[in-house]
Design a protein around this ligand. Structure first.
Ligand SMILES: [Zn+2]
Ligand SMILES: [Zn+2]
Length: 202
């Protein structure tokens, strides 16, 4: 039974939902989906997909990748990727432009239309980030596979005395001390976003 005092316009409703908690948003959306086939179709379009990119390939993110050599054929021939590397900046991080260019290319060329419906957005078990099956390519998931460790040779620690300044580990997520840590998997600086690249995996 409607409890409001008269019809609210779309603008008023949109304004009212803007500040809702996630719990309330879920409640509203669920109610809308249950009440209206049209709402169900709109929401389903946003959260359900039959598209997924599927490859078991995981590569090392190397430093001299040529995006123009990126080819469209590896879905047919997995071996064709064995020499390919990712274009990265001086810290070993693929640049945004290269990632998005590649993503776009892959999304267009590599998405597999699997008739199976699935949640469009899921949490990646590689990187723990939410990803979109409709925007997932072989270059989407960039991460490290080990932990950050102290780089005791870093000049950041030159005047650091653990006894009075605290253990190195206390500063592991402090951007000021970023140069004092590196990734155990690859010895790259702690600011490096990843040494392994693949698709996101649910
Ligand atoms: Zn690494
Ligand atoms: Zn991921």
């Amino acid at each position: 039974m409607p409890r409001n005092n008269g019809p609210a316009g779309a603008a008023e409703v949109c304004n009212a939902i803007r500040n809702l908690s996630q719990e309330k948003l879920v409640e509203c959306l669920t109610a809308a989906v249950c009440a209206s086939k049209q709402a169900e179709a709109v929401v389903a379009d946003m959260v359900i997909t039959t598209v997924s990119y599927d490859s078991d390939e995981t590569r090392s993110a190397a430093s001299d990748f040529d995006p123009d050599e990126d080819d469209e054929s590896e879905s047919d021939d997995d071996e064709s990727d064995s020499d390919s590397v990712i274009l990265v900046d001086s810290k070993g991080v693929p640049t945004k432009e290269q990632i998005s260019g590649s993503k776009r290319k892959r999304a267009e060329s590599m998405a597999v239309h699997d008739p199976k419906r699935r949640k469009r957005f899921e949490i990646c078990k590689n990187c723990n980030e939410e990803f979109d099956h409709e925007n997932n390519s072989r270059n989407s998931c960039l991460r490290h596979e080990d932990m950050k460790v102290v780089d005791t040779d870093s000049s950041v620690w030159a005047d650091h005395d653990e006894a009075c300044h605290g253990n190195y580990e206390h500063f592991i997520d402090d951007p000021v001390y970023a140069d004092g840590f590196m990734w155990e998997c690859c010895d790259r600086p702690s600011t490096s976003k990843g040494c392994k690249v693949s698709q996101h995996r649910a």
